[in-house]
Design a binder for this molecule. Structure first.
Ligand code: DQA
Length: 143
């Protein structure tokens, strides 16, 4: 099974940005967790992080016919990007939305998730281990 893990803006700043909200684990820790999960679960993981909306759309489109699942944390684009929603709908690949923080307990402007409208599951507030949970969910349900 091939899984694309996509991260949006500022996720590369994990460990530095607002640690009270996002924790002290770094982006490098997240990449290590993804590699470990891929090894243990025998899945192929491709990961990409970008601060640019169009690049995330490009990667979703490029996954068509290639990847069997998508794990996506669109970060701030969660709450603004119809382009990412449309791209996820266009490719029709099972997708799980992940948020490190518990967005449901945060500001009003974080209560809408456009990307989530195209996802089969949302995992929020579990820190970086939410990505592992998302990968396991895709493996259990779509491998
Ligand atoms: C986030 C939550 C978003 O509201 C925020 O803009 C982020 C990160 C999370 O992982 O908790 O950048 O997606």
């Amino acid at each position: 099974m091939k899984i694309l893990v996509l991260n949006g803006p500022n996720i590369n700043m994990l460990g530095i940005r607002e640690p009270d909200i996002y924790g002290r684990e770094t982006f490098a820790d997240l990449l290590a967790l993804l590699e470990k999960t891929a090894r243990e679960e025998q899945v192929e993981i491709r990961q990409f992080q970008s601060n640019h909306e169009g690049e995330l759309v490009d990667r979703i489109q490029a996954a068509y016919g290639v990847c069997d699942g998508i794990v996506i944390n669109p970060a701030a684009y969660t709450h603004t990007s119809i382009a990412i929603l449309d791209a996820l709908k266009a490719v029709g690949i099972p997708a799980v939305e992940v948020h490190i923080s518990d967005v449901s307990a945060r500001e009003d402007f974080r209560q809408v998730s456009y990307a989530g409208m195209a996802c089969c599951k949302t995992i929020a507030g579990h820190g970086i281990k939410g990505y592992r949970e998302a990968i396991l969910y895709l493996k259990d349900n779509y491998a």
